[in-house]
Design a protein around this ligand. Structure first.
Ligand code: KE4
Length: 427
């Protein structure tokens, strides 16, 4: 391992210019310590820091890079689009094509709107739910993260969890009071809430596979129960598929589990690593968005043609036959190897996985909700993170995040990763 002097120098300079030296809190490595690597380049399954160190990347930029970095067809499409002009603030042919692809792939989409981030997608879907139902309250789940809009920073996951931020200063209490956060996978808690506040909920917003407390799959019946409760009470079911969309399958988690939401949020993969996200769903709901309807949402760069080009090229590659079988095979192989390595080293772990997204929790488990996820030994996780980094494996710097396998990870890469894990877990 060569030095990290350039990373440290650049990061120290960054800390004088940007809060915590980063443009998003989880990148600061607060939970694992040490100085974040400043990344200069990505290529395939690897990223390279400014000191020339190379790492097998399982961060995938928090999910989008399912093809691996600098995928040739994505680079070519982005270059072509950029040469035609970066943005017009006008309809473009690419956004129509991407909308058609999304509607063809995701069962719950009858109409869609493109935006620039998952936060924007989720906050817009909630505003639509509130406007369409005339109700104000929303249910979310502890450990789930739907971006940083005020209504969602209540018992949120991801960076809010990693940095143990209770909610966030700056969120007005009357806004926070409209959000009820319940334990994930706890249908009885949901039923009680609807009994106590029947007719008051505009929406239930849920990650159909939670990724922001670490990976926590839905227990059998959980999503089906939410669907039924929402249908019976005129509450809208919003699936936040910003991570799971095109990650766990071509049609996302809603196709995998056979759940038809009223609204869906997408992000990450649909932009191929560029700033593009989307929300959509039932036509009778989406048609209430301005200018067709009265509910307002807008964006200068929404449907940006360069980001759309990256998204179209990414989805074209994912639509090829065998893609998700390949990701499932790689995920299952690595899950088995990591589980065996931990057992051999007598380290209590729980590995939760859906397809190519997984989390190795340092707790005996099970991990079916946030309370159980928080039983993880965070010091042990940090040692694992740092040990794997020293072996040239780049994992997300938090126990409460997912790590991702891309199409670019080869069997050799996975074997290298498993061997590194055996050494690090045995330390
Ligand atoms: P963005 O605004 O970060 O594009 O998306 C927000 C969001 C919404 N919904 C889900 C399920 C998400 O996972 C996210 C963002 N995910 C985090 C990491 N898990 C982004 C990383 C970061 O905050 O830097």
């Amino acid at each position: 391992m060569t030095s990290t002097a350039n990373s440290e120098r650049i990061f120290q300079a960054a800390r004088q210019l940007m809060p915590g030296g980063v443009n998003s809190p989880v990148r600061a490595w607060g939970a694992v310590g040490g100085s974040p690597r400043v990344i200069a380049q990505g290529k395939g399954a690897r990223v390279y820091d400014v000191d020339g160190n190379s790492y097998l990347d399982y961060m995938a930029s928090w999910g989008p890079l399912i093809l691996g970095h600098a995928y040739p067809q994505v680079v070519a499409a982005v270059s072509r689009a950029a040469a035609l002009g970066a943005s017009f603030g006008a309809p473009t042919p690419g956004e129509v094509e991407l909308a058609q692809v999304l509607l063809g792939a995701v069962p719950g989409l009858e109409m869609v709107r493109l935006v620039s981030s998952g936060t924007e997608a989720c906050m817009s879907a909630l505003r639509l739910a509130r406007g369409a139902t005339g109700r104000d309250r929303v249910i979310k789940f502890d450990g789930c993260y739907h971006g940083h809009a005020d209504s969602f920073l209540v018992a949120a996951g991801s960076g809010v969890l990693t940095h143990a931020i209770p909610g966030s200063p700056g969120v007005p209490q009357p806004i926070a009071d409209l959000t009820l956060s319940l334990p994930y996978n706890d249908l009885d808690a949901v039923r009680r809430a609807f009994k106590d506040h029947s007719g008051e909920f505009a929406a239930v917003m849920v990650e159909p596979v939670a990724g922001n407390m670490g990976v926590v799959p839905p227990q059998p019946g959980f999503l089906e129960g939410l669907r039924q409760i929402c249908t019976e009470s005129g509450t809208l079911l919003i699936l936040d598929e910003v991570i799971t969309g095109f990650r766990v399958g071509w049609g996302g988690a809603q196709a995998l589990y056979g759940i038809k939401p009223d609204l869906t949020c997408l992000g990450k993969i649909v932009g191929g690593g560029l700033p593009l996200a989307a929300y959509g769903g039932r036509r009778d709901l989406m048609s209430q968005m301005a200018p067709e309807g009265p509910i307002y949402q807008a964006g200068t760069l929404s449907g940006n043609p360069v980001a759309v080009a990256a998204g179209l090229a990414t989805l074209a590659a994912l639509e090829q036959p065998g893609v998700y079988e390949d990701l499932e095979e790689k995920g299952a192989w690595l899950e088995n190897e990591l589980t065996r390595a931990a057992a051999k080293a007598k380290v209590p772990v729980t590995l939760n996985r859906v397809g190519s997204m997984m989390t190795l929790f340092f707790t005996a488990g099970p991990v079916t909700n946030l309370e159980e996820a928080k039983k993880s030994d965070l010091k042990r996780f940090s040692r694992f993170f740092q040990g794997m980094l020293a072996e040239g494996i780049y994992l997300p710097p938090s126990q409460f995040e997912a790590f991702f396998i891309s199409l670019a990870h080869t069997p050799k890469d996975l074997e290298f990763t498993a061997a590194a894990a055996r050494r690090v877990l045995a330390l």
